[in-house]
Structure formats: C-alpha cells, structure tokens
Design a protein around this ligand. Structure first.
Ligand code: 5AD
Ligand code: SF4
Ligand code: FES
Length: 359
C-alpha cells in the first residue's frame, strides 16, 4: 500500500469508529452483539478479579477533573499503614482473587519509592509469589518503574485520560507536573521495561467529541496496549471542570457512550484485557455487569478497608463506599453469575495480547 492509501485507510477506519460511537437502536445492538461474540471467541466468559487497594488519597497533582486533587481542601487525607495494606493483600490471597492493584494519589519521592518496593516484596512473600500485582501510582522516573518491576510488580495502569494534547491541556494545569509528553514517555518506559501496560481515557468530558474518542481508540491500538480501563467522566463539585457541567451529555448518555467505547475497543483489539470501570456503576447499578456483557473481562473489587473508602472520592456517587471487602465479594459473585460469566478464581488472568506480544 502506498502512503496515500494508508492515510486513506486510516481515515476510513476513524470514520467507521465515529459511526459506531454515534450508533443507536438496531446498529448499536449489533455492535454490542459483535463485541460479545468476539469476546466469547477470544477470551470466553471468564472474568478475572483485581482486588483494588486505594491505600492513600494524598496527591501532589491538581488534575482539573479529580475530587482528590491537591487543592481540594475538603478532602480528609488518609494513608493506610503497611500492615493494613498487607492485610488487604492477605484477604485477596485468601479469597483467591489472583491479583491485586495498589492505587494511590501521585507521589514522587525516594521514601515513597522505597515503601512500595518493600510492600511489593512483602506481598510476594505472603502469597508465596502467587498473587499478581498491578500498580497504579502515576508518573514516575524510569528507574523507579524499574525498581518496582524487579520487586515483583508486573502490570501498570496509567491512563492517558485523553490522547489529544490540546484537550489534555484543558483538563490539566499548564505546568511541568502535568505535561502530556511526560505521560506518554512514562507509558513507553513501562512497556519497554516489560510491564503489561494499561491505559485508558475518561468518556464524556467537556469539549470532547466522538472524533476525539475515535482517536483515543486508535491511540490504544497504535500503542499496542495490553489492558484498558475506561469509564464515564463524572463531574465533582469541588473541581475546576465542574463549571462546565451544563455542557455535558446527560449521565445516561455518557454511560451509553462508555459501553459503546468498550464494545468498539473489544472489536478493535480482541485479545486485550478490558476492565469494567467502577465509575460505570456510579451511574447505573448494573453498570459493570453491562460492560462485561459488551466486552469487558476484568473487574476490580474494592478491597480497601471500609472506613477509608468514602475519602477516595475521585467523583460523586462512588459505589460500595459503605461496604466491607467481604460484602463486595459476595455481591460480585452473584452479579457475575447473573451476567452469565464465570470468575477465574486463583488465576492471574494475564492479557493474552501481552503473552502473544512477548512471544
Ligand atoms: N470522573 C471519572 N473518572 C475520574 N478519574 C479521576 N477523576 C474522575 C472523574 N471525575 C479517573 C482518572 C484517573 C483514574 C484513577 O480515575 O481517569 O486516571
Ligand atoms: Fe491525583 Fe490522579 Fe486525581 Fe490527578 S487523577 S489529581 S494524579 S489522584
Ligand atoms: Fe461492592 Fe456490590 S460490589 S457492594
């Protein structure tokens, strides 16, 4: 194919994606059906758990959309102790969750690096190396990612939030701490170091058009990601983006758009891991199950001890804030059965895409 044809081809693919994202009625149902079939063929109906530990809401950044941004003084900041984090890991291990995600606000410091390194080794030890560990700790130096990889982390989630640099600027302060380029470099570093690399975007942000979302999907494909977590943007009153709330799509439409994004991505990248984002459930009580039925295959049950959950409020209406980890487990077990899925207990559930990519 010559260069002009390739460009033409990409343009056609973009148009097709936009069409799918705008679809409604029978066309939308067809999209969902296709995605479901592809998932069934490539992955089957097994859903894998990642126990999510939101171990601290202390964050050095100031993203305009996020409820725990540094300048929000209404947040009660907390930090789990090492022992509380290890207890959560023991719970995940005992319940045969397969893997764990450690998530917190973004902190870059030698003591933070050392602490995570220590925790990674302890979690590996307490589970005799069996518990898979994903990190979601934002942008860090390459050497930091390297140390954490050596200490036992093998997956990393870093959402690009939007793949469009101009839009990125609208959602973040214009300072060196919030640069698009650095985020992209971090994603490349993670991949080069051997992590299963995950990214994602928010759906239904102000100023965001279907064309941007189509570009986000193409970005994921071009980057050749292993995992994706993406969900609806939900406005938070104590954030700068809140003033654009009247320009937003109604919540139900944002939810629907998120499902279409998941289904379209499943068709575009049949063998990656796609998480059913918790934010889906903030809009629809059956949100995560619906995502599973249109292509998602990963669930992240919150295993943060109950009393801290309320304080990790990135957005409003976050589900499960009054529940304890074992309550969520029972609840999810029933929910997955209802969605005709099967839980892959005790399995890592690695991205097949990653396994193939690695060869
Ligand atoms: N609505 C939805 N998702 C949000 N996140 C942060 N703030 C919001 C919000 N208001 C997402 C971002 C971030 C992840 C941890 O949570 O995509 O990467
Ligand atoms: Fe901090 Fe992440 Fe929220 Fe940005 S999105 S303010 S980095 S917790
Ligand atoms: Fe937490 Fe249902 S998953 S209560």
């Amino acid at each position: 194919m010559d260069a002009e044809n390739i460009v033409g081809h990409e343009q056609a693919e973009r148009e097709k994606l936009i069409e799918l994202l705008n679809s409604d009625g029978a066309v939308k149902e067809e999209l969902f059906r296709n995605a479901r079939e592809i998932k069934q063929q490539e992955i089957g109906n097994r859903v894998h758990f990642r126990g999510l530990v939101e171990f601290s809401n202390i964050c050095g950044k100031n993203c305009y959309y996020c409820g725990i941004r540094r300048s929000n003084k209404n947040v009660r900041r907390y930090q789990l102790t090492d022992e509380q984090i290890l207890d959560a890991a023991r719970f995940a291990h005992a319940q045969r969750y397969g893997s764990l995600v450690l998530q917190s606000g973004e902190v870059e410091s030698p003591s933070f690096t050392g602490r995570i390194e220590h925790l990674l080794r302890e979690i590996k030890k307490l589970s005799a190396g069996t518990l898979g560990i994903t990190l979601s700790l934002g942008e860090q130096q390459r050497e930091v990612y390297e140390r954490w990889f050596e200490a036992g982390a093998h997956r990393y989630l870093l959402r690009i939030e939007t793949s469009n640099p101009q839009l990125y600027r609208k959602y973040h302060p214009a300072d060196p701490l919030h640069g698009y380029q650095r985020r992209l470099e971090c994603l490349h570093a993670l991949k080069e170091l051997g992590y299963q690399t995950g990214t994602g975007v928010m759906i239904g942000l102000p100023f965001q058009e279907p064309g941007h979302l189509a570009d986000d999907l193409l970005f994921m494909k071009d980057f050749d990601v292993d995992m994706v977590g993406m969900g609806p943007y939900i406005e938070h009153p104590f954030t700068p983006l809140y003033r654009f709330r009247e320009q937003l799509l109604p919540l139900q439409e944002r939810f629907d758009l998120a499902l279409k994004m998941i289904a379209t991505l499943r068709i575009l990248m049949p063998d990656i891991n796609i998480a059913a984002a918790t934010a889906l459930q903030a809009i629809d009580p059956m949100g995560r199950e619906k995502a599973i039925s249109v292509g998602a295959n990963i669930l992240m049950p919150n295993i943060t001890p109950g009393k801290y959950r309320n304080d990790y409020a990135l957005y409003e209406n976050k589900p499960c804030v009054d529940e304890e980890p074992d309550e969520c487990l029972n609840c999810l077990d029933a929910r997955i059965k209802l969605a005709e899925g099967e839980i892959g207990y005790g399995e890592w559930g690695d991205s097949r895409h990653f396994l193939k990519r690695r060869g």
